[in-house]
Every structure is written in C-alpha cells, then in structure tokens.
Design a protein around this ligand. Structure first.
Ligand code: ATP
Length: 418
C-alpha cells in the first residue's frame, strides 16, 4: 500500500493564528510512522463553501482525507454536514452515540441542551469512532474510492481517539505490516549525516532510510514493509547495524523520545544522581530533566544562580574570581559545578554559564558562548560551546542544555570527548 493522505484542519481560530495546528503536527508524525505519505495539509475556516472546495480538491489528490475539528454541537461545527454532502451521504442519528452523549452529561451532572444530540448525527453507514474523552464522536467511511476520517479538534480528544480507533482502522487498509524504528543522533548536523549516508539512502527501497532534523538533532527513520512484524524487523536490523557502524556513539538511542530521556534512563541504570547550577540557561536543564517521568530518583535539584551574589553565596564561587574574570569563563563554570555537587550532595553536577544574548555581554563575550562543567567524584570536565544565536535566547539555551546532556551521557558511558 502506498496511500496518500491529506489533512484538513477546520477552524477559524487556526486561520486567525489564535491557536497552532498541533493536531496536524501530531497526525503527520503518526501517519508517517505508519508508512503513509502525507502530501498536503489544508487549513480552512468555519465556512461551508470553502470547506467543500478544499474537500473537492483533496479528493483529486489523496486516497485518505482526515479532518480535525468542527464536530461539536455549536452552529459553526460543520465538518460532518459538509463532508457527508461532498460524498453524497445523508446524516442519520446514531442511537448508540446519542445514548453515550446523554450518559456523559449525566455523569458530569450537567443539563444537556438538545443541540448536543446533533453530535450523534453521523454519515450513513460510517464506522463510529467512539470518543471516551469528550462528547463528539469521530467517524470514518469509504466513498468514491476514498477513505474519509473525521476527528474532534481538541488535542486531548483527537490524540487518544486517533491512537485508539484510527490506527487500527488504517492498519486494516494495509496489506502486511509497516514498521519503523528511529535512530536518534546528537553531535552531527543533518547535512553531514546525509552526506555520510546519501548513497545508502538512495539505494535502499525496503527498508527505506530517511533523515529528519530536529532542534540540533537528527532522527534517522528506517521503515520496512513485510508480511509480518518479525520479517520487517529482519529487514531493519542490518540497515540499523550499518548506520550504527558509520555514526558510532553519535547514535544515542533507538526509538528514544529525547536526549533527556536517554540520560534519565542511563543514570537510573547506573544508580547515579545528578544536580545542576544554571546561569544563562535559567533552569532549562532542570526543566528538561524533570519533564521526564521517573526522573526523581536521579535528579536531586538545581540552583539557578543567575547573579554573581548567588553564585558566591550558594555555590561558593570565589567573588575575586568573578570580579577578575567575569561569570563567563571556564574557571567559574568549574567552581559552579563543584559547588553544586557539594551543596546538592549528588554524584554528578553540571553547570552552565554563558551569554544567551541578544548581543555580547558587558565584557565582550560573544552571544552564544557557553561554558559547561560536569563534576564527578573524580574529575571536572569543562567544555566551551558556541551556538550561533541570531538573537534568539531560546536557541542558545536549548543548544547548551543539549550539549550538557550529551556530556553526562559521555562521561557516564566513558565515551570519547571532543
Ligand atoms: P468541540 O466538541 O469542543 O466543539 P470540535 O471537534 O468541534 O470539538 P472545534 O470546535 O473545531 O472542535 O475546536 C475546539 C477546540 O479544539 C479549539 O478551540 C481548539 O482549542 C482545539 N483545536 C481545534 N482544532 C485544533 C487543531 N488542529 N490543533 C490544535 N487544537 C485544535
């Protein structure tokens, strides 16, 4: 199967920029994981004529049309009416969905207005996608050789409903199994990775190998199609080994959500604790680590020592050193890491001091210059990193904290350091 998909997001709020199309982002990622080709995204307001035009166009260029939004009870929730109309279908009351909606209101103790039952009006003969997270059911039908799937807009409904009901629906359209694994790479840019692997990427057809750049990282997705999952795994394995042989320890994980999750997992396995002292990163390192569920056994805490007084009073950084060299230097990074390790009582402590920008600091240190120090019982590793910030503080902070996470991984695993 090589189905093509068009995603249609319905909602004037999206067009006005009041909300971002995060459903589209999620669905695109998931669909490509399923081996489906998303060729177009369309966004259209709550306007029946324009939605109908977009649907008619989607019919000419996609096998699967997936809509989000516009399924609710309010007057502008028009997706089902328009889509049913475009495919010559009537909307009929689905008694089971109506009963579920009544039950939902009883459960939350709210009075149901009659327009809520409109949500149970569904295209005749459709597969109902029961929504356990809200009142508007989704639905799917096949007509004119196209598959049409409608999902509610709120991400807290759209995402679980997609996982629960749409993935099985789409899997049935496929003969055989499509399986993907992602190798996560840190420490080499996308174009350099691509240059190393280009020849192999062009040669490979099953599995395919494709790179995706993500915030200073590269994801290499290997996708195989086979009769069974085992057979797909067998196709993926040699390609994965080949990529690992080429990229070595730049690969930090397989199907690993992020560098921080890899680091948390690693520290848990090794039974090590971590703390941090952050100046220019303002707590981002601590945030990234604590975003990972299950980080509490390894992460004790952090000090956001933004001004020099705090560096001295809480972390014991020598005031004379700060006076002489300023906060942005390797010696201060080292003293911060040692101080954090001591006050937090951790096996490892990492520090960040640098210039988030925009522009240089008062001592002329360039924007994007960050010193990172990682202290263990045996040593302190200090690294200088330079991110071209372009006036974006987030970019500098994010890149510095990624470097720091990679340093933790390298020190704990005894990998080479640059
Ligand atoms: P409801 O039952 O809540 O009316 P619905 O399917 O009718 O659901 P909409 O009314 O179109 O959905 O949107 C409801 C809310 O869902 C929006 O206000 C917005 O917060 C969120 N939402 C809608 N579409 C998207 C999208 N594509 N990405 C992210 N959020 C969205």
């Amino acid at each position: 199967m090589s189905h093509t998909v068009e995603l249609i997001a319905v909602g004037t709020e999206l067009l006005l920029g009041n909300i971002a199309n995060t459903d589209g982002q999620f669905l695109s990622q998931e669909l490509s994981n399923l081996g489906l080709n998303v060729h177009y995204h369309s966004v259209v307001g709550d306007n029946p004529e324009r939605l109908a035009q977009v649907v008619e166009q989607a019919k000419t260029r996609a096998d699967i049309i997936i809509t989000t939004g516009g399924l609710g009870p309010t007057y502008d929730d028009l997706t089902k009416t328009v889509l049913a109309g475009c495919f010559g279908k009537k909307l009929v009351m689905d008694d089971h969905s109506a009963a579920r909606i009544r039950k939902f209101f009883d459960k939350v103790g709210r009075v149901m207005t009659e327009n809520n039952l409109q949500q149970a009006m569904l295209p005749e003969g459709c597969v109902v996608l029961h929504n356990d997270w809200g009142t508007a059911p989704g639905c799917a039908f096949e007509a004119e050789g196209k598959h049409v799937i409608m999902l509610p807009g709120p991400p807290r409904e759209c995402i679980p409903l997609f996982k629960k009901a749409v993935v099985p629906y789409l899997s049935k359209l496929s003969e055989g199994v499509i399986l993907s694994h992602s190798l996560k790479v840190y420490g080499m840019g996308e174009s350099a990775v691509e240059t190393l692997l280009r020849e192999r990427m062009n040669e490979l057809h099953n599995p395919t190998l494709a790179p995706y750049a993500k915030l200073g990282e590269v994801e290499l997705r290997i996708t195989a199609k086979a009769d069974t999952e085992e057979a797909a795994e067998d196709l993926i394995e040699p390609v994965e080994n080949e990529v690992r042989a080429i990229l070595g320890d730049l690969v930090y994980g397989r199907d690993e959500p992020s560098l921080e999750s890899a680091v948390v997992k690693l520290l848990r396995i090794k039974g090590l604790t971590l703390g941090c002292a952050e100046s220019c990163t303002g707590g981002l390192f601590a945030k990234r680590i604590t975003d990972i569920p299950g980080s509490s056994p390894i992460f004790k805490g952090g000090v956001v020592s933004y001004c020099n007084e705090v560096k001295t009073n809480l972390l014991g950084v020598d005031a004379a050193l700060l006076e002489e060299k300023g906060a942005v230097c390797p010696e201060v990074a080292q003293a911060m890491a040692l101080g954090a390790r001591k006050v937090l009582g951790t096996d490892l402590a990492i520090s960040f001091t640098g210039v988030a920008g925009p522009g240089p600091d008062e001592r002329g240190n360039q924007e994007g210059l960050v010193y990172i120090a990682l202290a263990s019982a045996e040593e302190v590793w200090v690294k200088k990193v330079l991110t071209i910030g372009r006036g974006e503080r987030d970019r500098v902070r994010s890149s510095a904290t990624s470097s720091g996470l990679d340093m933790v991984r390298r020190m704990v695993l005894g990998l080479k350091r640059d």
